[in-house]
Write a protein that binds this ligand. Structure first.
Ligand code: C2E
Ligand code: CA
Ligand code: CA
Ligand code: CA
Length: 279
């Protein structure tokens, strides 16, 4: 297992090789995990760079495995995509995140928006559009309360198709964000055509920006690009005051990272905001 530094969450990282017993077991367990209610969402704050006010929360999926403990989404999401169960899991995530935002709104606490990660398989699925619409309706949420995060590599894999999918989602009124920006190979010509509202600068560039001039330059250039395209920018993985200062000075709109809060269960935030226990 990879040491996760200051992260308080201990993840099980299976270092499996193809078709090992361990992998087969994990596949079997993953297929059963949704029905067994082993998934849960943690939520991490997204704050305004200018004054630190809470803008949104990102929903991050966790698998509580009965024997292995918490399994990292980095390990089971690729597996779920391979097994064809990511759509069902993704549908659950969307519904649960919307339910939670609605509960916070009813209690008069929490953020205006919730961010949900959407896998490339979901994006390509014809069911996503209807499902988003149903979730908003079922929980009585305005479409503007939802931010769908699509990775740059997913959006750019088949750009024409992505543009059509994203246009249909945007027509519902939801917000669209390009996740892990800078790690894929964006064509700037396509980027301009995507009906998106924000770019999320990947944590890998933020991490060393105080030490590495190249990373600092990449961050500054990406933030300038977002501004030029009229998009909001979100920096991931902000851990230090120095990173915060740099990103704010470079015009970053929103910040997310351990400096402002780690991913935590909803009840943690509900208690912190001083509301009644979570429904
Ligand atoms: P992501 O969307 O880029 O999410 C940011 C990751 O960075 C999260 O890892 C978060 O816990 C971590 N992080 C946030 N702030 C900091 C920080 O200050 N320092 C450090 N070291 N890490 C920070 P996590 O929760 O392990 O999720 C990993 C990835 O799994 C996500 O990356 C996302 O791509 C994927 N993922 C998570 N939930 C879902 C989901 O519901 N559906 C799909 N399709 N993918 C998901
Ligand atoms: Ca994300
Ligand atoms: Ca990222
Ligand atoms: Ca991501």
């Amino acid at each position: 297992a990879k040491a996760s530094g200051r992260n308080n969450t201990q993840f099980y990282r299976p270092e499996f090789t193809a078709l090992s017993t361990e992998r087969l077991e994990l596949e079997r367990d993953l297929r059963l995990a949704l029905a067994a209610q082993q998934f849960t969402l943690h939520y991490q704050p997204v704050v305004a760079a200018a004054d630190g006010t809470l803008e949104g929360m990102e929903a991050l999926l966790r698998w509580q495995h009965p024997q292995r403990g918490l399994v990292s989404p980095l390990d089971f999401i690729p597996l779920a995509e391979e097994l064809g169960c990511i759509e069902a899991i993704g549908a659950w995530v969307l519904d649960e995140a919307c339910r939670q935002l609605a509960a916070w709104r009813r209690a008069g606490v929490g953020p205006r928006r919730i961010g949900v990660n959407v896998s490339v398989h979901q994006l390509r699925s014809a069911a996503l559009h209807g499902h988003v619409q149903q979730c908003l309706q079922r929980h009585g949420l305005p479409a503007d309360g939802l931010v769908l995060e699509i990775t740059e590599s997913a959006a750019m894999a088949q750009p024409e198709q992505s543009i059509r999918c994203l246009q249909a989602l945007r027509a519902l009124g939801v917000n669209l964000s390009i996740d892990d920006f800078g790690t894929g190979y964006s064509s700037l010509a396509y980027l301009k055509l995507l009906p998106i509202q924000s770019l999320k600068l990947d944590r890998s560039f933020v991490r060393d920006l105080e030490r590495d001039d190249n990373d600092a330059a990449i961050c500054a250039a990406t933030l300038a690009l977002a501004r030029t395209l009229g998009l909001r920018s979100v920096a991931e993985g902000v851990e230090t005051e120095g990173q915060r200062r740099f990103l704010e000075a470079q015009g970053c709109t929103l910040l997310q990272g351990y400096l402002f809060g780690r991913p935590e269960p909803a009840a943690h935030w509900t208690a912190q905001w001083g509301a009644a226990p979570n429904p």
